[in-house]
Design a protein around this ligand. Sequence first.
Ligand SMILES: [Zn+2]
Length: 354
Amino acid sequence: MKGVDIELHITTLLLVALFFVSINYAILLLVLFTTVILHELSHSFVAKGEGISVEKITLLPIGGMASIKKAKMKPVSEFQMSVAGPLFNLVVCTLVLAAVTALGLPIYNWASWQYAVIGEISKMAVPFAYSTLFISSVFWMNYLLAIFNLFVPAIPLDGGRVFRSFLAMKKDYLEATQIATKVSTIITFLLFIYAVLSFNIILIAISIFIYFGASSELEYAMTDKMLSDFPIKRLLRNNFLKVGGDETLAEVLSDMIQSKSLVAFSRTDLGMNMASIYDIKEVPRVEWGEKIFMDIAREMETISPDLTANEAMREMVETGEEVLLVEKDDKVIGCVFKDDLNHVYQALKVKHGQ
Ligand SMILES: [Zn+2]
């Protein structure tokens, strides 16, 4: 799909080592990656239809993860997006079964497939890609991905998101997330115990992944809720500097020190460009006399002073910016720092006894 990056997580490279064990493992791995990518792309496809943008898909050794620009989704949208991935896998399973039946081919059952994948596969003389083991692998990988994601109601797995979306139809988003994370913790705990007792390393990794995923979902929902009543007008700072754009970094820096500014911006016909003191710090000191402001400035959108703190936070999460410029009637009237939003959030958490 256009506009979605696919990246391998560093730990996934461990799996790639299997390439060197045998060509059959390499093929098996390609089947797995393709299955996971198509599963995640199905989520992305529905998300895009709902106007939610997807930045990238990361392949982890235990599956994939689509990075959705975290916007608070409507429960119905979250439901549709979450079921799309497993549904895709179930469609593939059905097609494989239909094809196998039509052609009168045999298919490995669950136990013999596992046995074959662990043992036989590297020794197989018949080219693996033409074998029934290959077709069986396509079936079982899709089946596993669908069942595990859909029927384990632990957030952030798809089943957990489906569960949360049902709760969110009746309850407040934060409350729904709180219940979903509690359920998720219990499931993860049981899964972890089972994984340890059965020496299943993949399952241990999955339970740890779910545990941290659930915590970050809860943290996000809490931040969003607490900051939702806080107007950014109360957080506006005026330590910004307007520059022309062709000043050298050295000049901009001394002006910033003079005016105690942390960010500088330049407005041209092409748009608004901004750089912070940290961006300048990234440039080697020897280049400060040569490079001009516009060499390092980034184009950015300004925000309205009428936003609430959670809306500003969402914008920061989406854009990856640590500071946003606030504009009213075509005039920059201040800037908002992520640090300040975090401080407000920490204070509100204390106030609400969290
Ligand atoms: Zn999924």
